[in-house]
Design a binder for this molecule. Structure first.
Ligand code: R5P
Length: 293
């Protein structure tokens, strides 16, 4: 197998090559003056299975998706065997059904596009809803980075901390963290108005008084969910509040808003390269690729 370094995840791809021993293929990428993307694989993939590592987080998630499709097409044309797309953050995965009449299913369109470009398998990380995986006509798998985030906090001395999910539907995330942290776990409840996008968060029977609480979530976008959760935790008498997220999109001033809400540290992964990417997905993805080859 060879690992292709997508322009959006160059460092992660290089770490995966270092861990797996699979040779790395770099990619020449540029954006034309009119905004169109260009990619060229800088090495031979003839007769090789390849893993293309390319996250599709903002900014320019549409362009990153196109780059991914172009790299897959280029690999197939150059004689590659199986093409696996390693896409830590999969754009559009949250639109996995029609919530309101007149909408499409964005992730299904993305899946068709990637399949048509030559991708044979998809590996992603903490996809928002596993339902989205069913929209792919080829094998698609998600793996969880929550244990790695929880281990980070254990190493920092927070063994026994309370693992909180900001939403009942994400309780599985809190449970995965709890398995590493060894403390209690719980969740808030979140209701979203599908027209305005406004959310309302509540806590029922949550006892975090005097405790160190770590909020775990798959995505931080505007930061509103974590800020709201932190306020509730302070009202309930939490002693320390931290936050671990897999995909720290941190749109606008999200990071500042979260820190201003009293969250002591935000810990993200290199799914979305940023100042909070303190945990690398390389070991998790390398293990999967090794298992698959
Ligand atoms: C949605 O349910 C996700 O799990 C996240 O909680 C959400 O995307 C976070 O968005 P924001 O940071 O804008 O509140």
């Amino acid at each position: 197998m060879k690992v292709i370094s997508g322009p959006a995840s160059k460092e992660l791809a290089e770490s995966i090559s270092a861990l797996t021993g699979y040779p790395n293929i770099s990619v020449v990428a540029k954006i034309f003056p009119d905004g169109e993307s260009y990619v060229r694989l800088d090495g031979s993939v003839q007769g090789e299975d390849v893993a293309i590592v390319q996250t599709t987080c903002p900014p320019m998630q549409d362009g990153r998706l196109m780059q991914l499709a172009f790299m897959a097409d280029a690999a197939k044309r150059a004689g590659a065997g199986k093409v696996t797309a390693v896409v830590p953050y999969l754009a559009y995965a949250r639109q996995d059904k029609t919530f309101l009449s007149g909408e499409g299913i964005s992730v299904e369109t993305v899946a068709r596009m990637l399949g048509a470009a030559g991708i044979d398998e998809l590996l992603t990380v903490n996809i928002h809803s596993e339902n989205a995986l069913g929209k792919f006509s080829f094998p698609a798998k998600t793996v969880s980075a929550i244990p790695l985030l929880a281990e980070y906090f254990v190493e920092k001395g927070y063994k026994g901390a309370f693992a909180l999910s900001p939403d009942k539907g994400a309780m599985y995330i809190a449970r995965q963290a709890q398995a590493i942290l060894g403390g209690n776990a719980g969740h808030l409840d979140k209701q979203r108005d599908r027209y305005t996008g406004q959310t309302k968060q509540t806590a029922e029977g949550l006892n975090v008084k005097g405790q160190t609480v770590i909020i775990f979530d798959d995505i931080i976008s505007t930061g509103g969910t974590i800020v709201g959760a932190a306020k509730i935790l302070w009202d309930l008498g939490a002693k320390h509040v931290f936050c671990g997220c897999v995909h720290g999109l941190l749109i606008g001033d999200a990071e500042k808003r979260i820190l201003d809400a009293g969250v002591e540290e935000i810990v993200g992964t290199d799914s979305v390269p940023s100042s909070v990417s303190k945990v690398s997905l390389a070991p998790l993805i390398s293990k999967e690729l090794k298992g698959a080859s």
